[in-house]
Ligand binder design. Structure first.
Ligand SMILES: Cc1cc2nc3c(=O)[nH]c(=O)nc-3n(C[C@H](O)[C@H](O)[C@H](O)COP(=O)(O)OP(=O)(O)OC[C@H]3O[C@@H](n4cnc5c(N)ncnc54)[C@H](O)[C@@H]3O)c2cc1C
Length: 450
C-alpha cells in the first residue's frame, strides 16, 4: 500500500465525494478546505458539503434526468447520496434534505475515515496527483493558478446561460432552416443552413417585447450581481433600452428570408444546435435573469415554441468554470498531467447532483491511475457518460455550464411517441450500461507499492 498521499482541494460536494472514493480504495488523502480560515461569499459554516442555496437534489424518479443520474450514482456507491438519504426530509419524490443534518453527516464521515486528513486553509497552487474541486466560488489566487496552468481563456468568472429547448417540443411547421446570408455553418448543418429561425411579424414582436420587459426577474445575493458587459447582458435588460434594440441585436432578421413568404421577417429568434444529434436547441442570445415560470411564459410566445420543453433554463451568475472542451481531457484532467483532475461545478457542470457525480468519477479515476490503470468515463448511453461527452465535445466557442437532461442522450433505436415510456426506456438502457461499466471499472489493478 502506498504511503504517499494525494490531495483533494475543496471540501464541497465534489471534493468530499472524490476524497471518499479515493480513501475507500485505500489511498491516503489530504482534503484541503479553506473555510473557516477563508470563506466564500455564499457559504456560512465550516462544514464540508454545505449546500449554499436550495436544499434539494431534485427528483428521485428515473423518468426524470436528475433521478436517473442519482440512480447511476447509487450504482457507483455515492457517499454524498447516502448522507442525503440520512438527512432526507419529506418532499414527495424529490430528494430534499435538512441541510445541517446533511453537511454534518458528510463532515463526520470524512473526519472519521482513517485514510483522510482534513487541512483547513486556502490552496493557491496546483500540484498533482490531485483533484481540484473548488466550485463556482474558487478563491482568486487559485483561479489565477488555473489560468496560468490551463490558459488565460480557459476560466470564466460569470456564466450567461441561454435556455435550451428540446427538438421534439418545437413546432416544426413554423421555424425555417437557414443561416444568415447562407454563410454561417456548423457541424450538423443541412444544405439550407445551420439555424432554426422563428420568424415574428411586427405585432408578435411588439407583444413579445412588452412581455419580456415587464416579466419578473430573479434577484440573487448581492455578491451575485453581475457587472453586465455586452457578452452577458440579460436579454430583458437589452430589451428595455428601446423597442428596436433586439431587432438590431440578437433578433435581427437581416440575411434571412422566410421561404413561406419570400420576405424578410420583422424579427427572428434563432435556435442553434447544441449537440450532434440535434436534440437540444439553444435560444441564441437569450441569457436571462427571468424567474423560471416567467421564462416559460415569455419564451413560449416565440412562434414555434408554444409547447417548448426547457432542458436548461437561462441564468446569469457569478460562477467560475473551466472551458472543459478547450482546456481539459476526456476524464477532465489537465492536458499536461493526467493526474491533475478537476471535478464539480468548476468543470462546467451545473447543479448539486452533477457536481457530486463528477467528484465520484474523479475519485475513481485518480485511484485507477495511481494503481497503473487508464482513466475511464461512463458509457455515453448513461446520463453521466452523456454529460462527460458534452464536456468533451461541446463547441468551445459557445461553451456554457450544463445540467443533466434527456437531450444529452442518443436517440433510442426505435421511435417512441409516449414521452414517459421513452424516458423509462432511456433509464433502462442507461442503468443496464452503468451496471456493466461499474463491474468493469471495479477490475482495476491491485494497489502497487509506491
Ligand atoms: C450562490 C449559489 C447558489 C447555488 N444554488 C444551487 C442550487 O440551489 N441548486 C443546485 O443544484 N446548485 C446550485 N448552485 C450550483 C452548484 O451546484 C453548487 O455551487 C455546488 O455546491 C457545486 O459543488 P462543488 O463541489 O463543485 O463546489 P462547492 O460546493 O462550492 O465546494 C467548493 C469548496 O471549495 C472551497 N474552496 C474554494 N477555493 C478554495 C481554495 N483555493 N482552497 C481550498 N478550498 C477552496 C470552498 O470553500 C468550498 O467549500 C449554486 C451555486 C452558487 C454559487
Amino acid at each position: 500500500m502506498s504511503t504517499r498521499s494525494v490531495s483533494v482541494v475543496g471540501g464541497g460536494l465534489a471534493g468530499s465525494e472524490a476524497a471518499w472514493q479515493l480513501a475507500e480504495r485505500g489511498h491516503k488523502v489530504v482534503l484541503h478546505e479553506m473555510r473557516p480560515v477563508r470563506t466564500t461569499p455564499a457559504h456560512h459554516t465550516d462544514r464540508l458539503a454545505e449546500l449554499v442555496c436550495s436544499n434539494t437534489f431534485k427528483s428521485t424518479e428515473t423518468s426524470n434526468a436528475h433521478g436517473l443520474l442519482k440512480a447511476e450514482m447509487r450504482l457507483l456507491g455515492s457517499m454524498i447520496l447516502e448522507c442525503a438519504d440520512e438527512a432526507r426530509v419529506q418532499a414527495g419524490s424529490a430528494l430534499a434534505v435538512d441541510r445541517d443534518v446533511f453537511a454534518t453527516a458528510v463532515t463526520r464521515r470524512i473526519e472519521s475515515h482513517p485514510n483522510i486528513e482534513i487541512r483547513r486553509g486556502e490552496v493557491t497552487t496546483i500540484e498533482g496527483p490531485c483533484v481540484v474541486a473548488t466550485g463556482p466560488l474558487t478563491s482568486d489566487a487559485l483561479a489565477e493558478a488555473m489560468r496560468a496552468r490551463l490558459g488565460v481563456g480557459a476560466l470564466a468568472f460569470y456564466d450567461a446561460i441561454a435556455p435550451i429547448v428540446s427538438r421534439e417540443s418545437i413546432d416544426e411547421s413554423i421555424p425555417f432552416t437557414a443561416s444568415r446570408y447562407d454563410r454561417e455553418t456548423m457541424e450538423g448543418a443541412t444544405e439550407e443552413g445551420s439555424y432554426l429561425n422563428c420568424p415574428m411579424d411586427r405585432e408578435e414582436y411588439e407583444a413579445f417585447i412588452a412581455a419580456l420587459t415587464t416579466a419578473d426577474q430573479f434577484h440573487g445575493h448581492e455578491f451575485d450581481e453581475v457587472p453586465y458587459f455586452e457578452g452577458c447582458m440579460p436579454v430583458e435588460v437589452a430589451a428595455k433600452r428601446g423597442s428596436d434594440t433586439l431587432r438590431f441585436g440578437p433578433l435581427k432578421p437581416v440575411g434571412l428570408t422566410d421561404p413561406r413568404t419570400g420576405r424578410r421577417p420583422w424579427a427572428v429568434v434563432q435556435l442553434r444546435r447544441e449537440d450532434r444529434n440535434g436534440n437540444m436547441w439553444n435560444v441564441v442570445g437569450f441569457q436571462t435573469r427571468l424567474r423560471i415560470p416567467e421564462q416559460q411564459r415569455v419564451l413560449r410566445m416565440i412562434p414555434g415554441l408554444a409547447e417548448a420543453e426547457f432542458l436548461r433554463y437561462g441564468s446569469i451568475h457569478r460562477n467560475s468554470y473551466l472551458n472543459s472542451p478547450a482546456a481539459l481531457t476526456a476524464h477532465l484532467s489537465a492536458r499536461d498531467d493526467q493526474t491533475v483532475l478537476f471535478a464539480g461545478q468548476i468543470t462546467g457542470v451545473e447543479g448539486y447532483t452533477e457536481s457530486s457525480a463528477t467528484g465520484l468519477i474523479a475519485g475513481i479515476n485518480l485511484s485507477r491511475m495511481l494503481n497503473g490503470a487508464d482513466p475511464v468515463v461512463p458509457p455515453e448511453s448513461t446520463m453521466l457518460g452523456a454529460l462527460y461527452r458534452y464536456l468533451r465535445e461541446a463547441d468551445p466557442k459557445h461553451f456554457q455550464p450544463m445540467n443533466a437532461n434527456f437531450g444529452l442522450l442518443d436517440d433510442l433505436p426505435e421511435k417512441i411517441r409516449d414521452k414517459k415510456k421513452k424516458r423509462e426506456m432511456f433509464a433502462e438502457r442507461a442503468l443496464a450500461a452503468m451496471s456493466e461499466w461499474v463491474e468493469a471499472a471495479a477490475r482495476e489493478p491491485e494497489h502497487s507499492a509506491g
